[in-house]
Design a binder for this molecule. Sequence first.
Ligand code: GSH
Length: 204
Amino acid sequence: MELFFSPLSCSLASRITMYEAGIDAAYTRVDGKTKTTSDGRNYLEINPRGQVPAIKISDGEILTENVSILEYLADLAPKAGLAPTGIERTRMRKWLAFVNSEVHVGAFSAIFSSTAPPEAKAYAIERAKKALAHVDKHLEGRDWLTNSFSIADVYLSVVGNWLQSTPIKLADFPNVAALQKRVFSRPAAGKAVAEELALYRAAA
Ligand SMILES: N[C@@H](CCC(=O)N[C@@H](CS)C(=O)NCC(=O)O)C(=O)O
């Protein structure tokens, strides 16, 4: 398997999941500006959308989209318990979808966009705050988004990590902050975060 990633971007959730699940993979860095891989390939020929994450699976197929990739990875290692079954699976998918549509793409894509006008950014900041407040309320008295640790918690933690580059304060969402701390304190997740932080800093 090969993961196409950019340090500290949403593809970090795939790396964390792979480490948590004990999945062996090659990690190929993508330059988001030039759309080339670290070994000189044209990334647009791998994922025409030019976005990370993408994974190449054993038959050569390229899978894209965080929500589907994370679930695919979790299902490769059921014993790791990264995705529940039954109605809990449905609840987990709800949170994956919520983080993806309401927080990540619905808000952060505009907040970090180099082309979005200031009005769009201001709207996106308010949208992110509303969505995070909703998640924070759900997390009151809970350790995880569902009844046990899952890929939805991983995804939320990775997206929450971006707040430090925005005017939104993670501390305003204490339950989200506490969940992120729990996730990043796990040995596998912590290793993934530390590795990508080092790669990110080395390039800065
Ligand atoms: N719909 C995609 C969005 C992925 C996405 O936004 N990836 C960002 C990094 S977090 C990216 O590659 N941005 C560069 C670009 O859009 O050109 C998904 O959910 O997987």
